[in-house]
Design a protein around this ligand. Structure first.
Ligand code: NDP
Length: 449
């Protein structure tokens, strides 16, 4: 065994871990990082980045139809799944090496191996025994799987990116971010898609009206929904997935994908040996300053199961490094985190839903807008924009902004800055719109509900 000493040792080379490691190293700390898979974590390798690339690809089927309405005549182009997968792989490789260079150039020692704790202060990484003043666990999560007879053949988002070929008919279990985004991707690429949720709607926790509108538009694009039922069993018969939903509903699919949330990647870490406590779902328990029950060990990102979003993990990483260096004891602010679902149409929001706002404030005003954007006005495509603005009547502050429609994430990102800084409805009223755009509706909304 080779013995090594560090000031900070990071376990996990995803967005949060890499950011913490390279910023700490650039400030003069001796930093090591262990990652057994490719650098970049879920976001780069099996999440945000490939998902967005596939989402772009899937939107072209609408665009080809749109072209026609603007006078362009083309025969429907052919889609090659193989080419998309290969191009994606090339891009991800490029990003992996950028992550590696960022770490190496800032002086981080990289260990391409998985880590496990030996005791409270020692970590084993391959043939190395690591001793460090502080450890940071940023190992993320992996897809949660339920038990069905055909479990081994049922895929998750991990496998969906690299399928050998596209199925004709797919069943997606779950109605969260991943289920909805993949449903839109597969639908845009010509697959017959059914989403099955145990409850009565997709994207629980988001604003009800927005979700209702999104579901309608997804249905109009051909996505089917099964609600209030969930497979009793799934068996593979003659290369088809035979799904028994109960209540005498049985259907066959070429492929089934589970998108049922994610669980912490902690199994092989030996957290108990390091006296690191976990919650019931396996996520690492941390205090306000991201310290675990072991005072030398911090944890951030998806593994602490607060807000499972890449930019949040990165912000938590910066917060940790700042805390270690400046000994600042600021609270991390989880309010007003903007987020987007890259469905078709896209959806993004910042702040509270109407339901949350009604609970929190005495009186609120709701402004809504629903229209067909100019871009679609010449075509038969029925894509609509839906905007909901929620205002606290007592001080005129915007407490929620929800946008369903093309470029939702790009639009909400800008407005999120203003919302975080206390944007008021009167500020929007004083702002001149850019005409003709869809986003101008946000500054011209007059009708109160
Ligand atoms: P989500 O938590 O978003 O959704 C999980 C879904 O699975 C829900 O519909 C839930 O139903 C259902 N579910 C969970 N357990 C069961 C069960 N035992 N039986 C039946 N249904 C079940 O998880 P995802 O996997 O979609 O995504 C994981 C996280 O990754 C997200 O929370 C998000 O933070 C992040 N992410 C972010 C993206 C983005 O920023 N665009 C994109 C993709 C992921 P119910 O609602 O009834 O609980």
């Amino acid at each position: 065994m080779i013995k090594k000493k560090f000031d900070l040792f990071v376990i996990g080379g995803g967005s949060g871990g890499v950011r913490a490691a390279r910023v700490a190293a650039s400030k003069g700390m001796k930093v090591g990082l262990a990652e057994g898979w490719d650098l970049g974590g879920t976001c780069v390798n099996r999440g945000c980045v490939p998902k967005k690339l596939y989402s772009y690809s899937s939107h072209f089927s609408d665009d080809f139809n749109l072209m026609n309405s603007f006078g362009w005549k083309i025969s429907m182009p052919k889609f090659s799944w193989r080419k998309l997968v290969d191009n994606k792989k090339r891009e991800i490789k490029r990003l992996n090496s950028i992550y590696k260079n960022l770490l190496v150039n800032s002086g981080v020692e990289i260990f391409n191996d998985f880590a496990c704790f030996e005791d409270k202060q020692t970590l084993k990484v391959g043939k190395n025994l690591i001793n460090s003043k502080s450890f940071l666990v940023a190992v993320g999560t992996k897809p949660r799987k339920l038990s069905f007879e055909a479990s081994n053949q049922i895929i998750t988002s991990d496998e969906a990116f690299d399928l050998k070929k596209l199925p004709k008919k797919i069943l997606i279990l779950g109605g969260g971010y991943i289920a909805v985004e993949f449903a839109s991707i597969f639908n845009g690429l010509g697959v017959d898609v059914t989403i099955c949720v145990r409850g009565n709607k997709i994207l629980k926790g988001f604003d009800d009206d927005v979700i209702k509108n999104l579901s309608i538009q997804m249905e109009e694009k051909g996505i089917k929904f099964i609600t209030g039922l969930f497979p009793k069993d799934i068996v593979l018969k003659n290369k088809k997935f035979n799904v028994n939903f109960g209540k005498k509903k049985i259907e066959n699919f070429d492929l089934v994908m589970e998108a049922l949330g994610r669980e912490p990647n902690v199994k092989s870490l030996n957290l108990k040996l390091a006296r690191i406590k976990t919650s019931e779902n396996g996520s690492i328990i941390v205090n306000r300053f991201f310290k675990t029950s072991n005072k030398n060990v911090y944890a951030i990102g998806d593994v602490i199961d607060r807000v499972q979003l890449t930019p949040v993990a990165i912000a938590e990483a910066m917060y940790i490094v700042d805390n270690i260096f400046k000994k600042t004891k600021k609270h991390f602010n989880y309010e007003n985190i903007p987020t987007a679902v890259f469905s078709n149409p896209n959806f993004a929001c910042v702040g509270l839903t109407e339901k949350e706002a009604r609970k929190k404030f005495k009186k609120i005003h709701i402004f809504t807008s629903f229209f067909k954007p100019l871009r679609y006005s010449l075509s038969k495509l029925n894509e609509k924009v839906y905007i909901k603005l929620i205002v606290n009547s007592l001080n005129d502050r915007i407490v929620g902004l929800h946008y369903l429609g093309e470029n939702a994430a790009e639009i909400i990102q800008g407005f999120a800055v203003a919302v975080v800084k206390g944007l008021k409805k009167s500020d929007l009223d004083e702002t001149i719109g850019i005409h003709p755009t869809s986003a101008e509706e946000i500054v011209t909304m007059k009708s109160k509900n």
